[in-house]
Design a protein around this ligand. Structure first.
Ligand code: NAD
Length: 416
């Protein structure tokens, strides 16, 4: 699956390079990561044993600025997957016009099997292992699947201890008290919801009539579901790793969230006001908008032809394989690609980093307004370019990103 994701990301790049008649040398450079670090992460478990996990940090390209990207804790993390996700970050930052290159990190582990103290020890050791290549001017980690604000706080503290001073700008997605930004926690889901609404407007669909299904009820999925419900859309199904819940009349997302939080996570599938459904049933549900917001590779050649949604917004990174993409294109399903749809997180991470560097903080209204402005401009740019070039939105978004990178790399030249 993960080697497949890297292959898929490189195949997309190759297609776009051909379409853009990209200089072969530049194309070759973009197919490779600048720097990949593989580390072992030893730590002591609560019962006094030694555990060792494998960790990674990959910096794909820094032509436009320091690299930026999340840290994933998941049992399926591999070097290949981390590299693929770092590449997607390069395209995403370039597309959004942010002064960053792409990076990604991860530890191959199941965070749910670790106690809080084990998680802290493991996170601190991982941070110490990648210390040499991260920093506010080099590479700035952020949360991704399986990591959160607390983990960012431990990373920031560990880095700061090594530097002998407090360095809030080394990570984003921190708690507000430690230099985090207002609006960051919700930014990715907020961005996904903006993109869905913009696309609906272009298609002339009324928000209040839209039915929505969301796979994944973590940071991205739960916020997207809540904000779309607040806009009047009918969220008819949501799921998490343990299963899903379906109610054709619409789920009360605010109540579901309250119950979910009260039970310290739990699972949405225990919610009583609906029927249980499987991941596959959710992905192929009869609805207007499908939002995969969990893992990569969820829509494949095996299930894409059964998709009945009219629009798919990629909350997760790479949830659709290239084969599935082809099938969805033939079925005329509108796909809002990850590098656009879920770019709200890195955009507000950029705001957080700027605020940290200046030690001057903005209010939430300002942050959300700037997020909307940047995302809507990117959306329109991609939409119009797709029209001009006669291509789908994914191809258009990637073409715009690669053009920008090629220009920057051309201006900088090759060292030495
Ligand atoms: P999270 O850990 O907060 O939530 C993940 C959710 O997915 C959980 O509800 C989990 O139960 C569910 N899940 C896990 N395995 C599943 C499975 N097999 N089937 C269905 N659900 C499953 O993670 P997140 O931060 O919300 O990230 C979700 C996706 O969005 C990832 O692909 C991530 O790379 C991407 N993303 C996140 C951000 C961000 O700011 N957090 C930004 C951009 C992209």
């Amino acid at each position: 699956m993960s080697a497949g994701m890297l292959e898929a990301v490189i195949t997309q790049l190759d297609r776009v390079a051909e379409r853009l008649r990209l200089d072969p040398g530049l194309h070759k450079r973009l197919r490779h990561a600048d720097r990949s670090l593989v580390v072992s992460v030893p730590f002591e478990t609560d019962d006094g044993r030694m555990e060792v996990f494998q960790g990674y940090r990959v910096q794909h390209d820094n032509a436009l600025g320091p690299t930026k990207g999340g840290v994933r804790y998941h049992p399926e993390v591999t070097l290949e997957e981390t590299t693929a996700l770092a590449m997607l970050m390069t395209w995403k930052c370039a597309l959004m016009g942010l002064p960053y290159g792409g990076a990604k990190g991860g530890v191959r582990c199941d965070p749910q099997q670790l106690s809080r103290r084990e998680l802290e020890r493991m996170t601190r050791r991982y941070t110490a292992e990648i210390f040499l290549i991260i920093g506010p001017e080099y590479d700035i980690p952020a949360p991704d699947m399986g990591t959160d604000e607390q983990i960012m706080a431990w990373m920031m503290d560990t880095y700061s201890m090594h530097r002998g001073m407090t360095v809030p700008g080394v990570v984003t997605g921190k708690p507000i008290l430690l230099g985090g930004s207002l609006g960051r926690r919700e930014a990715t889901g907020r961005g996904v919801s903006y993109m869905v609404l913009e696309a609906a407007k272009k298609r002339g669909w009324h928000f209040k009539e839209l039915t929505v299904a969301v796979q994944g009820f973590g940071n991205v999925g739960s916020v997207t579901a809540r904000l779309l419900a607040e806009e009047g859309c009918r969220v008819i199904a949501v799921s998490d790793r343990k299963g899903g819940i379906y109610n054709p009349k619409g789920l009360d997302i605010a109540r579901l969230l309250l119950e979910y939080q009260e039970k310290g996570g739990g699972t949405v599938s225990n919610y009583r006001e609906g029927d249980r459904l499987t991941q596959q049933e959710l992905l192929t549900l009869d609805c207007d908008v499908l939002i995969p917001a969990a893992l990569g590779g969820q829509l494949t050649a095996a299930n894409a032809s059964a998709v009945r949604a009219r629009m798919i917004a990629e909350g997760a990174n790479a949830p659709i394989t290239p084969d599935a993409d082809e099938i969805l294109r033939e079925k005329k399903i509108l796909v809002l690609p990850d590098i656009l749809a879920n770019a709200g997180g890195v955009t507000v991470s950029y705001f957080e980093w700027v605020q940290d560097l200046q030690f001057y903080f903005w209010n939430e209204r300002e942050i959300n307004a700037r997020l909307k402005e940047i995302m809507t401009a990117a959306f329109n740019h991609v939409w119009d370019y797709a029209d001009e070039e006669g291509v789908d939105l994914r191809t258009a978004a990637l073409m715009l990103a690669v053009k920008r990178l090629a220009e920057a790399k051309g201006l900088r030249g090759l060292y030495p």
